[in-house]
Design a protein around this ligand. Structure first.
Ligand code: IPE
Ligand code: IPE
Ligand code: MG
Length: 235
């Protein structure tokens, strides 16, 4: 079995999962966070090197205040749990997205988590928080424009590589496989630049129910794809 080097996941369906059970949406988010722990462990055991998960989009601020507050509380607690998981699996953690809009204490916990796990080589986890692909590209354009204006570089130095190096995912290979749970067939502003040649896998399973067997199904489907990068077929 060919294990993808980098798997990205749009973990969707927490709300619908909770509703089916007659529970509040935030209960679904709590179960979703617990499931993330399970999938990190499974990914690590399978030898997946990079795992990137979409936890909170730039658009998710538009949700009812009660839900946003619940999600922020969960993220706050998650940073602590994540530190334990990181030590156990020698996992490095990076948060991608615009962290400046997050509460100061959350930013502090993120910085602590990133600094303490920076050199771990077991698995690399990227958590997208206040992340939007368009916003990431906008921030990258701002950075590069400033470099041109200050004379640090000339505009002809702006290559695809330089753009990649100025995104939040700098240094991380592009995803080989994108998984989205719970029916929706769209990418909802996730990794717009980086997904250029990723294989997509959509499943009806809601995120809190996405387990090891479901992850294996996604990897099997990936193995049946004819990977092509514009050139002739590999198979
Ligand atoms: C995904 O679950 C988690 C976040 C976006 C934070 P949703 O909350 O989007 O669940 P559904 O799509 O409403 O079921
Ligand atoms: C995408 O899910 C964002 C995250 C999983 C964090 P959404 O549920 O917010 O996306 P839409 O609204 O269905 O496009
Ligand atoms: Mg959703």
């Amino acid at each position: 079995m060919n294990i993808p080097n980098h798997v990205a996941i749009i973990l969707d369906g927490n709300g619908r999962w909770a509703k089916k059970k007659g529970m509040p949406r935030n209960y679904g988010h709590i179960q979703g966070a617990k499931n993330l722990e399970v999938i990190i462990e499974e990914a690590h055991n399978l030898g997946i090197k990079y795992l990137t998960v979409y936890a909170f989009s730039t658009e998710n601020w538009n949700r009812p205040k009660e839900e946003v507050d619940g999600l922020m509380k969960l993220l706050r607690n998650y940073m602590k749990t994540c530190l334990k998981t990181a030590s156990k699996n020698r996992m490095s953690v990076r948060v991608i997205g615009d962290k400046s809009r997050l509460d100061d204490d959350i930013q502090k916990r993120i910085a602590e988590l990133e600094n303490l796990t920076r050199d771990y080589e077991g698995i690399h986890l990227q958590i997208a928080i206040n992340y939007g692909g368009r916003d990431e590209i906008r921030r990258c354009v701002q950075t590069l424009t400033q470099k041109v204006c200050s004379g640090e570089i000339t505009s002809d130095k702006i290559t695809e590589e330089l753009i990649s190096e100025n995104l939040d995912t700098a240094g991380i290979p592009d995803p080989d496989l994108l998984i989205r749970t719970c029916k929706e067939l769209r990418i909802s502003n996730f990794l717009l630049w980086q997904l250029a040649y990723s294989e997509f896998y959509f499943t009806e399973v809601e995120w809190p129910d996405f387990d090891k067997a479901e992850l294996m199904k996604a990897i099997e489907a990936y193995n049946n794809r004819n990977r092509k990068f514009g050139n002739v077929s590999e198979q």
